[in-house]
Ligand binder design. Structure first.
Ligand SMILES: [Ca+2]
Length: 312
């Protein structure tokens, strides 16, 4: 039985690869719908980009909903400096023909969780947690129906990428992150500590390009585009594929290792706002609320990704 998921996303080249991996893996993953959120780029673009990716995958029937256009309390911060003006800079991809679904992404999350049997729907946030937290606030009855949340966000050893202390997804909407992490839903976290090890080396990018398909070419061109940023900033050997760690985990959880620990979100300090305060070393008695990943079998991850992308 494939696992039923809702992908909540702000594409983003790495979101795009995460979505492609999910859509290429129907044995393990059933995508009930995609909800988009303001994050890497504004909502209008993330809602468009999600549909561009579905069409690239040859899956124009996937339901795509637009969600929240701004964080719960803060002014929106975006990341065009990383992802380019469209969020999907790199390949030349056609504008989508498929329609955006009527209705709000938050309502889709609520309605889906109410309609499906309890414990059968996993939420996969790949951007700021605004849609998830808004749904939990508006409809608290759905919280106990969520099977699991598998998300990309936060950091412990890598600390921050948008500020010295905070990772982008959590920083953009820390209030939403706090609600999510305190919800009581089982959470699996793919922090920068993991995703900075999922680097698209030249050889790995050549493998995407060598697929010789529109998907393989587009993925190679997307990572070509956004690797320039990380190469300059970190001196790393390629772009980190943050968000695909989430969908890879649903297919091959054994690629990842981590610790079940307490994670709290800093929402008050101007200096460290959005920091994921992860009790990796168990120095408090705060109850564990998240499986916080720390390592990845990167070769296994890229082998999976290349094998699955070849199907599209
Ligand atoms: Ca993202």
């Amino acid at each position: 039985m494939p696992r039923k998921i809702i992908i909540d996303t702000d594409p983003g080249q790495d979101d795009a690869v995460a979505i492609l991996l999910a859509l290429a893996s129907p044995e393990e993953i059933e995508v009930l719908g995609i909800t988009t959120v303001a994050g890497n780029v504004p909502l209008e673009l993330t809602a468009k980009n999600a549909r561009i990716i579905c069409e690239l995958a040859g899956k124009p029937d996937v339901k795509v909903y637009a969600g929240c256009d701004r964080p719960m309390a803060k002014t929106l911060v975006t990341a065009e400096h990383v992802h380019g003006q469209t969020g999907l800079n790199g390949p030349k991809l056609p504008d989508p023909v498929m329609d955006l679904q009527d209705g709000h992404g938050v309502d889709f999350i609520i309605d889906t969780l109410r309609a499906e049997p309890a414990g059968t729907v996993t939420l996969c946030p790949l951007g700021p947690l605004t849609n998830i937290a808004t749904a939990f606030e508006r409809a608290p009855d759905i919280i106990e129906k969520v099977q699991e949340i598998v998300l990309m966000g936060g950091a412990y050893f890598e600390v921050g990428n948008i500020t010295p202390a905070a990772e982008f997804n959590i920083y953009v909407d820390p209030e939403a992150a706090e609600i999510t992490f305190r919800s009581g839903v089982p959470i699996v976290v793919m922090p920068l500590d993991v995703t900075h090890k999922a680097l698209v080396t030249p050889a790995r990018n050549d493998a995407f390009r060598a697929l010789g398909t529109p998907v393989g070419t587009a993925v190679a061109e997307m990572t070509d585009f956004f690797e320039r940023f990380d190469k300059e900033k970190y001196g790393s050997e390629g772009a980190p594929l943050h968000d695909p760690c989430v969908t890879a985990y649903l297919i091959r959880p054994e690629l990842f290792t981590g610790r079940h620990i307490n994670v709290e979100i800093e929402v008050i300090s101007d200096l460290t706002r959005g920091m994921t305060v992860a009790d990796w070393w168990g120095v408090t008695d705060r109850a564990p609320n998240a499986m916080f990943m720390g390592d990845i079998d990167a070769d296994g991850f890229f082998a999976l990704l290349t094998e699955r992308l070849a199907r599209l």
